[in-house]
Design a protein around this ligand. Structure first.
Ligand code: C2E
Ligand code: MG
Ligand code: MG
Length: 567
């Protein structure tokens, strides 16, 4: 580099190779740009390193040499506080040795014979740049606790490996511990650290058997890139058994996701896929291993597609609101009492997409707020239109997502919505899912309290699907409890489920909240709920969610019944 007329002092490269022909070849390649020192074996190399430690920018090290081979040199370099700051590029003819050398702390490798001059120069230059920028990957870049690579180094290293050595085909593995935070909470951090250390040590021993690379990503998350294993279950078992043997009195469960190597797939994507395979088996102690497959890939591509299409879909009004009635079953015949607004996506290519597919996707990145906003606006407009058409109001519940609850303008927005459409607060009810209530309980409860004080009715959705306990209910500022479908599914055949529902109904009565049973499909289920004193029912027995014009027929029917009663 030339800086204001002054030529920077050339960098020094130490070339260590026992074969003269190799030393000559490298000299020819490097001499125009670098000062070069030579050593013929490991012993000599170490002596030169010590003598020139201040001047050396990079060491190019042959692995197969007499007296002291390259691996031993690497080992010594790594043990020396000063020397290990100098990056080492290994020179080798064998793939296997390269990976091992990288594990031993080499920064890069160059394959013999040295015919790609430009490539070699570029790589030497880059390694020097990196080491000067202190970005270099050295043995020090290890996670202290486990001895594996730290996250950044792991990522950098794997990226480099894939870029420079596309022929090395490695699978990505994501490994972690179920409910690690509970293990920490129950047994203390020190114990948690011991568990992580054990896993780290077992991974290290796996590495030395198999030529792999591993890092601790964070907390209890481990990443591994390894050659294709015949049996990943055996690999997981190896780690699991180690824990079972060392900590026989504590239940520690590992889970693992694998993304097999695939053409044209970068390592970051592979690691993401291994991770999403891993999260598919969260909590599944029977099947703690999942391999990323075609099905998951289709799902991933669809998700990307939907993410891309969202804005356009909002612009082009591809979202529609369906309505599902809730019937009051305390009257005979049951009376249409209100409805739930449920979003649908009429995608130009994918057809009608159910919210089960896209709601969780958009919840994950906060985009769900855009859809919710559309649904609320549309539902409020519809309630007003029906009121004008039929002369009475059919209240509609809308779903609130977790991210809505954290919007500081939520109350204002909803108030404006009601006012702008000339509605009463009781015309729009709000469904908040149970899990949103339990996660960030205090903040959520405050918001819900304010909404209720304003005049909105709050329904707790999917009650029983999450982790809230019955005793938490007494503090919840809610008006209605929506029992999750899973309790209703078997009430006609299971005595236990029937008793459970009956118990929940007792508690709800005690707390003076109404209960909506979701997912009622048969007349038997309906009868049982009626007999146990359930207030309202929503389910296919009465109607699936339907588009507005079909819902109008339900209102009309109801209006007819009312008229008949009066006459
Ligand atoms: P949810 O709020 O618990 O809504 C009830 C779901 O149960 C609806 O599914 C409904 O079609 C289904 N369902 C109702 N009765 C029966 C039945 O008898 N049998 C069976 N098998 N299913 C029944 P849907 O419409 O697919 O919605 C799924 C979930 O997506 C909703 O669960 C809700 O959590 C979410 N969602 C729907 N629309 C919105 C929205 O506008 N915003 C947000 N944030 N979430 C929404
Ligand atoms: Mg709901
Ligand atoms: Mg529900």
């Amino acid at each position: 580099m030339i800086r204001s007329g002054q030529i920077e002092r050339a960098k020094t490269v130490l070339v260590v190779d026992d074969q003269e022909i190799n030393r000559d070849a490298l000299e020819a390649i490097l001499e125009d740009r670098y000062e070069i020192l030579f050593a013929e074996n490991g012993q000599e190399a170490l002596e030169m390193m010590k003598a020139h430690r201040e001047d050396l920018s990079v060491i190019m090290l042959d692995l197969m040499m007499p007296v002291m081979n390259g691996f031993e040199v690497l080992q010594r370099v790594r043990e020396d506080e000063e020397l290990r700051k100098i990056p080492v590029i290994v020179l080798t003819a064998e793939r296997e040795a390269e990976l091992r050398a990288l594990q031993a702390g080499a920064a890069d490798f160059i394959t013999k014979p040295f015919d790609e001059i430009e490539v070699i120069l570029a790589r030497v230059g880059r390694i020097i740049e990196m080491s000067e920028g202190r970005k270099l990957i050295s043995a020090a870049e290890r996670d202290e606790l486990t001895g594996l690579y730290s996250r950044n180094f792991f990522v950098e290293y794997v990226n480099r490996l894939f870029r420079y050595h596309p022929e090395v085909r490695l699978d990505a593995v994501a490994l972690n511990i179920e409910q690690f935070h509970s293990i920490n909470a129950l047994h203390g951090r020190e114990f948690g650290d011991k568990v992580l250390k054990t896993i780290g040590a077992e991974i290290l021993s796996f590495l030395s058997d198999t030529e792999s690379i591993a890092g601790r990503i964070d907390a209890d998350r481990f990443g591994i890139f390894c050659r294709k294993q015949e049996d990943y279950r055996a690999m997981l078992k190896r780690f699991q058994q180690k824990l079972d043997t060392l900590f026989p009195d504590v239940n520690i469960h590992l889970r693992m996701g694998v993304c097999p190597w695939a053409e044209n797939t970068d390592p970051v994507t592979m690691a993401d896929r291994a991770r999403s395979a891993n999260s598919m088996v969260r909590g599944n102690y029977q099947q703690p291993l999942r391999i990323f497959d075609g099905e998951m890939l289709r799902r991933e591509l669809l998700n990307q597609r939907l993410l891309n299409d969202l804005n356009r879909a909002l612009d082009e009004k591809q979202f529609m609101v369906f309505y599902q009635p809730k019937y009051d079953i305390r009257c005979t015949p049951p009376r249409l009492s209100s409805a739930e607004a449920l979003v649908r996506w009429k995608h130009p290519e994918q057809g009608l997409i159910s919210p089960g597919v896209f709601v969780p996707l958009f919840e994950g990145n906060g985009l769900i707020g855009l859809i919710d906003s559309f649904v609320w606006t549309e539902a409020a407009r519809q309630v007003a239109a029906w009121r004008d058409q039929f002369g009475f109001s059919v209240p509609v519940s809308v779903n609130l997502s977790r991210s809505d609850v954290f919007d500081p303008h939520l109350v204002d927005r909803l108030v404006r919505l009601v006012r702008d459409n000339g509605l009463a607060y009781r015309d729009i009810k709000l469904e908040v899912t149970e899990s949103a209530c339990t996660d960030n309980a205090k903040i959520v409860l405050d918001v819900i309290r304010r909404l209720r004080e304003t005049g909105f009715e709050i329904e707790m959705d999917d009650f029983g699907s999450g982790y809230s306990s019955l005793n938490m209910l007494s503090d919840m500022p809610i008006d209605v409890l929506k029992l999750d479908m899973k309790f209703i599914r078997n009430i006609a055949v299971s005595e236990t489920d029937r008793r459970l529902v009956s118990l929940m109904l007792d508690i709800a009565r005690y707390l003076r909240v109404k209960v909506v049973a979701e997912g009622v499909e048969t007349v038997d289920q309906l009868k049982i709920l009626q007999d146990s004193g359930c207030d309202l029912v929503q389910g296919y027995y009465f109607s699936k969610p339907v588009p507005p014009h079909e819902f109008e027929q339900l209102i009309q029917k109801e209006a007819g019944i009312e008229r008949m009663k009066k006459e």
